[in-house]
Design a protein around this ligand. Structure first.
Ligand code: PDD
Length: 299
């Protein structure tokens, strides 16, 4: 769904005319970071955790945060409000700014470009996808060595997702040099192994520390499930009881086929569906308290 107003460097401008400079470093070098929040019932999900990850991404790239977390939180909520988003996503991008093309950092660090786009999504379609389950296709992980930083350098993700689409899969599972899945092109990959343990790769520079991953891990442990942080191969996934992906945009999405072969009976597994329901309960129950600053009365 099309946003109406987009935040660009301090102003909300109409979507069709929203633009950044041709020599923006995000455009030329991918010298920029981003975040994506889910919006449910008009509220930001796990706002504080995403803001913490953003601060970390900025720090790793030695970019000075252009705002305090509280000020940024206000801009995000204002973007949601001005676009009247009830169910959707908020995308934030911060680049090192514009200037004559030079790989070296600009001499002073005061010209970040900040863009916030809030848009509605068809949540019924997302739910239908989860109820049917998705296919994944394994693709070589050709990304750089710091995938723990949420940068917009996403070319390898784009190409692998497109390659997955070409074989009829909705997501790519990226596979490292040892044959193990790192993560999805835009999600965290999980299996429920034959012993009934949840498995997802341990955090390292090869994967993004997913906010949904952390939340689902907490929920799963609370439910008495054993969670093991250990990578798995696509072959192990095919021998698993269940598999699923997690992300801010898809929540918990069951995986029912890997490389064209059905996983189990080829239907979403009960544990994945239960984790999805519990995650949605968490979202609904905690939403009013979420955020690093209180919502102003009447806003
Ligand atoms: N994607 N791994 C990658 C490579 C991702 O791009 C994402 C998120 C995740 C899951 O992270 P989280 O649970 O914090 O959303 C894992 C976002 C949604 C995107 O690029 O649209």
């Amino acid at each position: 769904m099309k946003p109406r107003l987009v935040y660009v460097n301090g102003r909300f401008v109409p979507y069709p005319s929203a633009s950044v400079h041709v020599e923006d470093r995000g455009f030329q070098f991918g010298d920029s970071v981003y975040e994506v929040w889910a919006v449910m019932d008009g509220g930001l999900i796990d706002a504080a955790a995403h803001l913490r990850r953003l601060e970390r991404s900025l720090g790793e790239l030695r970019m000075t945060p252009p705002f305090t977390p509280a000020a940024l939180d206000r801009v995000l909520r204002e973007a949601v409000r001005r676009n009247r988003v009830r169910e959707g996503l908020v995308y934030l991008q911060i680049t090192r700014g514009a200037g004559p093309r030079d790989p070296l950092f600009p001499p002073h660090d005061r010209s970040a470009t900040v863009v916030v786009i809030a848009r509605g999504v068809d949540r019924a379609a997302v739910d239908a996808r989860a109820e049917a389950g998705i296919s994944v296709s394994s693709q070589p992980d050709q990304r750089w060595g710091r995938c723990d930083i949420k940068t917009t350098g996403l070319l390898a993700n784009v190409l692998s997702k497109q390659a997955a689409r070409a074989v009829g899969a909705a997501e790519a599972w990226l596979v490292d040099g040892e044959g193990r899945v790192t993560e999805g092109a835009s999600s965290t990959a999980w299996i429920l192994d034959p012993a009934g343990r949840l498995r997802t790769r341990a955090l390292d520079a090869a994967i993004l520390p997913g906010v949904t991953r952390a939340r689902v891990m907490e929920i799963a442990r609370r439910e008495g499930l054993e969670v093991v942080e250990a990578a798995f191969t696509p072959e192990e996934a095919l021998g698993a009881r269940e598999a699923f992906n997690t992300s801010a945009s898809g929540f918990v999405t069951p995986v029912v086929r890997v490389d064209g072969r059905p996983l189990g009976d080829g239907r979403p597994g009960p544990v994945a569906l239960r984790l999805r329901a519990l995650y949605l309960d968490h979202v609904r129950n905690t939403r009013p308290q979420i955020g690093v600053c209180a919502q102003e009365p009447g806003s």
